[in-house]
Structure formats: C-alpha cells, structure tokens
Design a protein around this ligand. Structure first.
Ligand code: NAD
Ligand code: DAU
Length: 350
C-alpha cells in the first residue's frame, strides 16, 4: 500500500481531493495533514473518516519536526500540497500568516521530500496546488497561459507565486520530482462563507446586504470543485515532472452578473417574488489592488492529459445552492464567534 500525504485536506478543495482519493484508490493510504485553522473542518469528511485507508493528522506544515516524523513513519510515495491561507481579503489585513504558511510551510515540505526521497527520486512525486492569481490581472482580452510571466498583486497571490518559484527551484537545483497546477476560481459545497458564492447565498437566505466590491465589473473564471479534484487526480498520476498545468472552467462572469444569477436562483428556491433578492445588492468599497480579470487557457491539460470539466455552470450552481440550503448545520458551525468578528470588521469599514 502506498502512503500519500495530502496537506490541507480538511479545507474546501482538499476535502474533495481527499474523498476522491480515499474512495477511488483503496491501494493508497491517504494521510491528511491539516492544522484545522478557521478554514479547516473535519465535518467536511465525515463520510470517509472511518475508512481503513484514511488517516488524519492535526498539525502544522511549518512544523519541521512533525513533518519529518511523518515522512519517517509513512515513507510517502507522493505529496499533494493544498494547505494554505487562501482568502485575498485576509491577506490584505494579515500578510504575515500567508508568508508563514504559504511560503515557509511549502519549503518545510520540500525539504522533507528532498531529504527522504534523495536516493530514489524517480519513485516519488511532489504536487503543488496553486492559483491563477500568480499571473496578475488581465484587461478585457487575452488569457493566462502556463508561460505567462508572474505578476501577483495581493499578499496572497505573492505568497503563492513565491511558493511556486521555490517548488520549481527544488526541481532545477536538486532534481526533486515536482509538478504544479494553477487553477481558476472554484465553487461548490464546503466552501467557507467568506468567499463570494457561499457568502452571497448565505446572505440572500438571511436577507442581509450582498456586498459587491467596486462596480462589480471584475471577472472571474468559475470551475466546479469536483472538476478541479478530477484534474488534480489526472495531473498527480499522468502529469510530467517539472511541468505546470493550468486548470480553468472557460466560464467567465462579472461579479455583478453572477450575483444577479444567484439572486434569481435563490428567489426560486425560497419562493420569493422574482427580483426580491436582487434588492439586497449593495455596492461597497473596492478591494485594495483588486485584479480586474482572470481567464485561464487550459488547452495543455485538455490536449495532453484529456481533461474536460464534467459539470456545467447551471448544474454546478444548482448543486451548490441546494447543498448550502440543506446543510444549515454545517453553516451554523462555521459561522462561529470568530467568523462573526471577521465579518463585522471586513464589512463595517467599507
Ligand atoms: P481553504 O482555505 O478552504 O483550506 C485550506 C486548508 O489548509 C484548511 O483546511 C486549513 O486548516 C489548512 N491549513 C492552513 N494553514 C495550515 C498549516 N499551517 N498547516 C496545515 N494545514 C493548514 O483553501 P481552498 O480554497 O480549499 O484552497 C486549497 C488550495 O488550493 C490552496 O493552496 C489555494 O491556494 C489553492 N487554490 C484555491 C482556489 C479556490 O478557488 N479556492 C483556486 C485555485 C487554487
Ligand atoms: O482565482 C483563484 C482564487 O480564487 C484562489 O486562489 C483563492 O484562494 C480564492 O479565494 C479565489 O480568490 P478571489 O479573490 O477571486 O475570490 P473571492 O471569492 O474572495 O472573490 C471573488 C470576486 O468577488 C472577487 O472579484 C472579489 C469579489 N467579492 C468578494 C467578496 C468576498 C465581492 O465583490 N464581494 C465580496 O464580499
């Protein structure tokens, strides 16, 4: 049985990746290392946590003693690294935690992989999960390609860019077998309600203002989270060492159009008169350094590895809205005192 380390597996995307690997690959023992920060939630994994090929370890990727102990004990064949501080707005108010986890944490894992795998690099793989935000911002035309120069604007994207560079440096300098993917905006079940979609869905449900930054003209390219998890599976097994793969939904929406679409869907679900929820839309002060547009060209992944998204946006939004309306217990649990404080602070100053 091969041991595979997945970091950040209790978070939004990580939990979908862990579930896919545990269910699909009984020949793997999946070790999920997660610090359970505000964004990590073991409730995301209750359906698989009793499986014999799954092990959870609560811990910090920056803790080199712990990371080395885990490498010693499990002799990992591969690492799929998702653990990160992931919310742009939080990176603007608290950059240091992003530097620590996203940069120092990644290097801690790289060092362990380098030391434990040095006699047999070929049998191993270090897969780093990154974001399209490292490329910066597009105007109204064009796309991000794998060779687009990096130009991050937020402390979050700068910390992810830095970690990508370090992963590549370990490939070029030490020969560590690495692969990287850069994905566009994910949506779906289990996303923490500080991010646009779950925040808007939850606020519509509770008749709260729907905060739209600036004029709502910023554009994001949306992908259903299970299609990202499927791409990660493909890249982990079939990607080439030293390569980067872009992942995207080819599905661009301005924020205001998307918020209006969610309002329409929610009016239907909540049996409200059409147009009721849209009255909650409130334009608020723009995010500092707000990137105008992200759009991914993912032809490399499509042609070289045969990936295609399987969930249409209409279907994905339907599944997502239904999930949040059904899982009120999950929402209540994450909307704890700490999150309330963050929310008040984030939106009162605008
Ligand atoms: P998330 O914030 O939902 O989850 C992050 C997880 O990492 C949490 O479970 C948290 O507890 C854990 N974590 C944080 N600090 C840790 C530490 N020091 N040690 C161990 N665990 C720690 O994030 P997400 O949205 O699921 O994103 C996962 C990864 O995918 C990130 O690397 C992010 O940059 C990348 N990504 C996200 C998106 C997106 O749209 N959400 C798109 C592209 C790439
Ligand atoms: O592109 C990939 C990235 O997508 C990931 O790397 C990040 O981890 C993930 O958080 C996401 O970043 P964004 O900043 O694009 O996502 P967010 O949901 O925070 O915001 C989406 C858009 O909506 C963005 O243009 C800002 C805007 N927005 C966001 C919030 C929270 C609002 O207008 N109002 C809001 O209240």
């Amino acid at each position: 049985m091969k041991n595979i380390l997945i970091t950040g597996g209790a978070g939004f995307i990580g939990s979908h990746v862990v579930r896919n690997f545990v269910n699909k690959y009984p020949q793997y023992n999946i070790v999920n290392l997660d610090l359970l920060t505000y964004a990590g939630n073991l409730e995301n994994l209750t359906d698989i946590d009793a499986k014999s090929n799954y092990t959870f370890v609560k811990g910090d990727i920056c803790d080199d003693k712990l990371v080395n102990r885990l490498f010693e004990k499990y002799r990992f064949a591969g690492v799929i690294h998702l653990a990160a501080e992931s919310h742009v707005d939080r990176s603007i108010t608290d950059p240091m935690s992003f530097i620590r986890t996203n940069i120092v944490g990644t290097v801690t894992l790289l060092n362990a992989a380098k030391n434990f795998w040095k006699d047999n690099f070929e049998a191993h793989r270090f897969y780093h999960i990154s974001t399209d935000e490292v490329y910066g911002s597009l105007g109204s035309e064009g796309f991000f390609y794998e060779n687009t120069p990096y130009g991050p604007h937020s402390p979050y994207s700068a910390s992810k860019a830095s970690s990508d560079h370090l992963v590549r440096a370990y490939y070029h300098t030490y020969g560590l077998p690495v692969v990287i993917s850069n994905c566009s905006n994910n949506y779906g079940p289990n996303q923490f309600p500080e991010k646009l979609l779950p925040l808007i869905i939850n606020n519509i449900k509770n008749n709260k203002p729907l905060p739209v930054y600036g004029k709502g003209e910023n554009v994001r390219d949306w992908l259903y989270v299970e299609d990202h998890a499927y791409a990660i599976d493909l890249i982990f097994h079939k990607g080439k060492n030293g390569e980067t793969y872009n992942i995207g939904g080819e599905n661009e929406w301005t924020n205001i159009k998307l918020v209006n679409k969610l309002c329409e869907i929610m009016d239907g679900k909540l049996h409200r008169v059409s147009g009721t929820s849209a009255q909650l839309i409130t334009y608020v002060k723009d995010r500092a350094g707000h990137d105008l547009r992200y759009a991914i060209n993912c032809k490399k992944l499509q042609t070289e590895l045969g990936w295609q998204p399987t969930v249409t946006f209409d279907k994905g939004l339907e599944k997502t809205v239904n999930w949040y309306l059904k899982n009120t217990h999950w929402l209540q649990n994450v909307l704890s005192g700490d999150y309330e404080k963050y929310y008040q602070n984030q939106y009162q100053k605008r």
